[in-house]
Design a protein. Structure first.
Ligand SMILES: [Zn+2]
Length: 77
């Protein structure tokens, strides 16, 4: 079945606005403790959990949450 022009332009818009590697805040939130564990144990957290890292770079809310988690983990050892 051939695609008509309006379907094509809809598809093109969807592709342009969707980044396949993006995750939502809830997923980031669910895994940020793992990310923090890796970081604190000296492992390459950015490489092991690149999606979490990317999300933290562009989401101030999660970044703030992550910073306080990190501070708490450091305080409790
Ligand atoms: Zn977020």
């Amino acid at each position: 079945m051939p695609l008509d022009p309006s379907t094509l332009s809809r598809l093109a818009r969807a592709l342009a606005t969707t980044q396949p590697d993006e995750i939502a805040c809830d997923e980031c939130f669910a895994r940020m403790d793992a990310f923090a564990d890796l970081l604190l144990s000296g492992k390459p957290a950015e490489e092991l959990l690149p999606k979490i890292h990317a999300h933290l770079q562009r989401c101030p809310d999660c970044k703030e949450e992550f910073e306080s988690l990190l501070a708490m983990l450091r305080a409790t050892g």
